[in-house]
Design a protein. Sequence first.
Length: 310
Amino acid sequence: MATIKGYLNRETPINWRETIRNYIFLTIGATIMMVNFNIFMAPGNIAPGGMGGLTLILNHYTGIPRGIGMLLMSTPLIALGFWQLGRFRFLVRTLYVTIYYTLGVDLTARFFPPQAIVDDLLLTALYGGVLGGIGYGLVLRGRGMVSGTGIISRILQLRTGIPISQLYMIIDGVIIVALGLTFGWERALYGMIMLFIMGLASDYVLEGPSVVRVVFIITDRPEAVGARLMARLGVGVTRWAGEGMYTQEERTILFCTVTRPDVEVLHGLVEEIDPAAFVVIGQGHQARGGMVRPPVFAKPPERPSEPEPM
């Protein structure tokens, strides 16, 4: 509690622009999740684990309205998160999303058909995963969370050191098994599909569609390789010295980022100059700054002449 009191007593300026932006993301994301629950999850009795799955089970056995049941189960988790995590603003946003989402599920249920809009459970799982992932991704972009397995996973991760992604899978997997025992194993399997699609969609919202390739090149001819890449691909290249652990020989490492269509071109350019070069290509999500390719119709910038291969 000392940590929480210290945080509350500390005077920290509030960035109102960022705060408003966060709450816009939280509101839009929670609204999308609300619509997704009433259109796909509730009518099909399919959920990607989490509090939504527990709510469907509770409603099936007790008849408690889904939103109220979700709020009742979320309240102790929010209190636990406030006590264990001690991040006041984060938990305020989580409380806002949870109340808005859970109450909205019941208040808006009357405006949606009680039966599924499609009879195909696969379509329900796919589109429910996409729509739910978009909503959840926006909530995360607003630096919030819907109370549930996220808080439990975070606390367990801090206590045990187990990666939070593994904890998500374990907890949601147990809930999906419970869904299978309640509604049948077919819906449990579709719930796994929804969980997978939801993860992809939320990652897309958080990280964006732009994926770049990160390139490391170990070569004995760094000047020629670097100049060729800059001239032909319009990218910046960074170099630093390295040493082979086995050969004890000094080598030069080149680093750059390229777009996906340029990967094969890069391979060809490096092969022309240094066939023995060691090339490692990884994946990145964003790249800012540095040299960029000029517009298609623009005149290419003046560059130093490329050294001729020796």
